[in-house]
Design a protein around this ligand. Structure first.
Ligand SMILES: *Cc1c(COP(=O)(O)O)cnc(C)c1O
Length: 377
């Protein structure tokens, strides 16, 4: 039997919620279930959260809220998904890429200060695999130079940095509910408003630049166009599905952590033999088992491994073509450090299948890998 890389977890309750949302007669944005999701996060994270149709949308809102524009420079890692950089480029600002750390694969905080210029406005950090960046140091630098800190916590649902949920530490944060993430609604995301100065404008930007959200709350008697904006709301049918996943999130997270630990124990011996490296989790982090990855010594060995698994009907994948070396990254971005770690990790990383329904099949994955290291390595 084929083992895929990912299989979206199906919430039966989510299907019932979708039917209910349709029967309620309001399936556009901010209906019953979007409100329930907003409230769920408000309770969990103790701050205002706006559900969006994707994490990409929430990242774009960050760029709008920070009033980024031509001439502005934003520091971010090159080892991330394109949406982090697009949010900057869409405002006409320039992404300035720095390298990551070989331990957590997150932005190297020691390279940030030398990348800052008089044009720098913000630092966009990415918590890779739900493992937190060194936020204390990043916040310290940001304060010193009066920069915003934006957290791309797309992979960070249910993960913590020093007991603070990822996405709640910078000025703004965002999560993704894309089907490849831990908690899903197909496409989906949210914006976390940690700095209260952004709340009123965030509601306006999300509603096409109108103050309709205030109107719905009965705070004003008609709504009007007051600012620039776009349509960043999900349909309530999507929120209906998301709400079921949120309600099941502990169960989903616990099972992922169990699988993650099985992988981590299995690979220990191969790390000791020097064949691979396992993920590094700093003591200050509680991760969410979003990704289980291993790092090979070089590109060829990584390719052999992926091919061998593929021949045995197991789908594993590499991660991130570095943004600084992609055509759009070269055209719009700037490099502010050597990129040795980013390039090496991109060449040598493999992500293992990890999803809720993966259970006893993990034993077959282990058998195949044992054979690989015996025969092909
Ligand atoms: C998944 C992901 C995104 C994009 O999320 P969408 O919800 O698909 O828009 C952005 N940044 C990172 C780091 C991601 O992993």
């Amino acid at each position: 039997m084929r083992i895929p890389f990912n299989k979206p977890y199906c919430s039966i309750m989510g299907i019932e919620n979708i039917i209910d949302s349709i029967c309620c007669g309001k399936i556009s944005g901010d209906g019953k279930y979007t409100k329930l999701c907003n409230e769920w996060f408000q309770k969990k994270l103790e701050r205002k959260v706006l559900i969006t149709h994707s994490c990409t949308a929430a990242l774009e809102m960050m760029g709008l809220l920070a009033d980024l524009g031509p001439g502005d420079e934003i520091i971010l890692p090159s080892f991330t998904f394109v949406s982090t950089a697009n949010a900057i480029i869409l405002r006409g600002a320039t992404p300035v890429f720095v390298d990551i750390k070989p331990t957590t694969l997150n932005i190297d905080e020691n390279l940030i200060e030398q990348a800052i210029s008089s044009k720098t406005r913000a630092i966009f950090v990415v918590h890779y695999a739900g493992v937190g960046c060194d936020m204390d140091e990043i916040i310290r630098i940001a304060r010193k130079y009066n920069l915003y800190v934006m957290e791309d916590a797309a992979q960070g649902f249910g993960a913590f940095y020093k007991e603070k949920p990822l996405g709640t530490i910078g000025d703004l944060g965002c999560l993704s509910f894309h089907e490849t993430k831990n908690i899903i609604s197909g496409e989906g995301g949210c914006l976390i408003l940690n700095n209260p100065n952004f709340i009123e404008r965030a509601e306006i930007i999300r509603e096409k630049g109108t103050n309709r959200t205030k109107f719905f709350r009965g705070e004003i008697d008609k709504y009007t166009w007051v600012d620039i904006g776009s349509s960043y709301l999900p349909s309530d049918m999507i929120s209906a599905y998301l709400y079921a996943q949120l309600e099941e999130s502990d169960k989903i997270l616990n099972h992922r952590i169990k699988l993650w630990n099985l992988y981590n124990n299995f690979f220990e011996i191969y790390e000791r033999k020097g064949y691979i490296k396992r993920p590094y989790i700093p003591a200050y982090c509680r991760h969410n088992a979003h990704i289980y990855y291993i790092l090979f010594e070089n590109f060829n060995k990584r390719c052999l491994f992926i091919e061998y698994l593929k021949k045995n009907k197991i789908h594993s994948v590499f991660h991130y073509v570095p943004l600084h070396s992609a055509p759009a990254g070269k055209k719009y971005g700037k490099i502010a450090s050597e990129m040795d770690i980013t390039n090496r990790v991109s060449d040598t990383l493999v992500r293992m299948p990890l999803f809720y329904q993966l259970d006893d099949e993990i034993e077959r994955i282990f058998e195949v890998i044992e054979k690989f290291f015996k025969e092909a390595f």
